[in-house]
Design a protein around this ligand. Sequence first.
Ligand code: MF3
Ligand code: CO
Ligand code: CO
Length: 274
Amino acid sequence: MFKSWRARRKSGAATLRQSMGIILKSKDEIEQMRVAGQLAGDVLRMIAPHVQAGITTGELDDICHRYITEEQQAIPAPLNYRGFPKSICTSVNDVICHGIPGDKVLKDGDIVNIDITVIKDGWHGDTSKMFLVGKPNLKSRRICEIAHECMVLGIEAVRPGIHLGDIGHTIQRHAESVGCSVVREYCGHGIGRTFHEDPQVLHYGKPGTGVELVPGMVFTIEPMINLGRRETKLLRDGWTVKTRDRSLSAQWEHTLAVTDDGFDVLTRLPGDDL
Ligand code: MF3
Ligand code: CO
Ligand code: CO
């Protein structure tokens, strides 16, 4: 038999404060998550000058791996996560997400998402952004910009009392209003001592549906937006996700906490925009 929640509390057994099965984080825990989040953001800042035509995605992974493990004394969460073989994800052009770093040489005009998740003192921070290699064409620049707008609109909708469906709806409405599509198969997620925990944060949906937000929830918003159709294709490597129609795709990601009156982006560096 299980002890009741009240009995466990009385007996001092460790309990997790939860709402709808979602683990809530205390103020102190959110400060620890901010440390991890700032490290993840710092990796994106560090790697930026290296994202140039001629470098391979494998070399970018190497640089990030060394920086995270040696300078930050942190752990790259993707490495060996469910068998993922590298420390970061690099998703180029029509790759939606989970691109595996390797021999691919970046060329002028490419757009590439670099997704960084670090673990520091047991807490995860997860953030990604798009990088432009050289001078991408207007279409490429547009999809990066629209995906960014989608993420920002999603984040700015966050406050106690709204529902997850409000976030998804806000993102979907914007993407579709400019003729783009929202990937359905992959979503944002609760995050904490675990990389991916409840809730699932869908980037499409209906207003007023889904879980109601309460202070202490911590999750990512990471919309994947396609220039063409929303359908995806998983490559034979078991990880790389591409657009089925080969159209360009872009994604941006932050980790944020729900506060008493809004949101707190844990992966935004001081002085940076969202
Ligand atoms: N960082 C990704 C996310 O935003 C997850 C990558 S899982 C990996 O959720 F195994 F591919 F690294
Ligand atoms: Co994530
Ligand atoms: Co991520």
